[in-house]
Design a protein around this ligand. Structure first.
Ligand code: KG4
Ligand code: ZN
Length: 333
């Protein structure tokens, strides 16, 4: 039997999870609300909050899984990518825990873990599959040949998809993070009300900065004519922006699937919580004959269950880190 403690602290969620033989028995997440009033995550405040949260979160995970810390066989932690000060808290805690309990330490790539979240529950994708990983910091199309054999086929050249949502929300004077709010307003709007351009980027890469600029100019011009333009048309604006972001993502995904002849298609990361993206993926999957995999909401956001799951598979391979392991702010899998 393998009992893995997973630790996630790459951004602004402190999370601990327990997997027993690859089954998640606890997944505790402490969110940090302190950043709201700053309109974005403040790295120094994030690492301080991680320091306060980490021990209680681990205690609660052990309690919920009904095990003691002596039962843990290995500790898996997010080594990167992420905010260095935040990563340092999870890394140091995990090193200390492994040393004190005399158990192996397993370093996990956060982006790989988002993809491996698909192995927490059935149905699980079959290898090889293609995963669109979309978050506040990343937008990648990844060819997944095996648990740790992944190749990035395309990625964003500038803003991430989540940033495109957040920056649009800022233009619309909505609070941070704006993605979930745009999603909510979009439900009541007409996606064809305003036409925003789809950038022409070669290959499987993405770009969102042109879209952001066109939204900025469009809103600026409209507000000049009608100062209440945003308030009057918020659902239509949100629906139109979301429609375009989703179409950029889905069109590249379609291109990748065709190019590689793969029909097992997954999405992962925080932005995969977006209802427009989920719906469009299902529609496209039907039309293209894809097997589509969409994670549960709780496994879209940053969580330690996915770290424990990735840790479980590395544990089976005997792939361990040493006590000299250091966090990496940037780390392509
Ligand atoms: O999960 P989150 O609040 O926090 C972390 O950074 O861990 O958000 C990460 C990113 C943000 O860019 C946010 O706007 C985006 O994911 N996001 C969404 C949705 N939920 C989260 N974007 C679009 N639609 C959503 N439903
Ligand atoms: Zn993440």
């Amino acid at each position: 039997m393998a009992i893995i403690l997973g630790i996630e602290s790459s951004c602004d969620e402190t999370s601990a999870a327990i997997s027993i033989d690859g089954e998640i028995r606890a997944n505790i997440i402490a969110n940090q609300t302190i950043h709201e009033k700053f309109g974005g995550v403040v790295p120094e405040l994030a690492s301080r909050a991680h320091q306060q949260n980490i021990v209680p979160v681990v205690d609660q995970a052990l309690k919920e899984a009904k095990i003691s810390k002596k039962d843990v066989d290995a500790v898996a932690f997010t080594r990167g990518p992420g905010l260095l000060g935040s990563l340092l808290v999870g890394t140091s805690f995990s090193k200390g825990f492994a040393l004190a309990m005399d158990i192996p330490l397993i370093d996990i790539n956060h982006m790989q873990a988002h993809i491996l979240a698909h192995f927490i529950e059935d149905p699980k994708p079959a290898f090889p599959f293609i995963c669109l990983t979309v978050s506040g910091g990343h937008t990648q199309i990844v060819l997944v040949r095996d648990y740790f054999d992944m190749e990035i086929l395309g990625q964003t050249l500038d803003d991430a998809a989540g940033e495109a949502f957040d920056k649009t929300a800022k233009i619309l004077q909505l609070p941070y993070p704006g993605g979930p709010l745009i999603d909510r307003y979009a439900l009541e709007g007409n996606p064809e009300a305003y036409a925003f351009p789809e950038p022409q980027i070669a290959g499987l890469d993405f770009s969102f900065s042109g879209l952001k600029t066109s939204i900025l100019y469009f809103i600026r011009d409209q507000v000049k004519e009608d100062p209440d333009f945003i308030q009057r048309n918020l659902p239509d604006i949100c629906a139109s922006v979301q429609f375009r972001i989703v179409s950029i993502l889905i069109n590249k995904l379609k291109k990748a699937a065709d190019q590689y002849g793969i029909r097992e298609i997954a999405i992962a990361g925080n932005v995969s919580a977006n209802s427009g993206l989920r719906a469009e993926l299902l529609r496209t999957g039907d039309a293209q004959g894809w097997q589509v995999y969409i994670p549960k909401f709780e496994y879209c956001t940053d969580n330690a269950a996915m770290i424990a799951m990735a840790g479980h598979h590395k544990f089976l391979k005997g792939d361990f880190a040493t006590q000299s392991v250091e966090p990496l702010a940037r780390w392509a899998p």
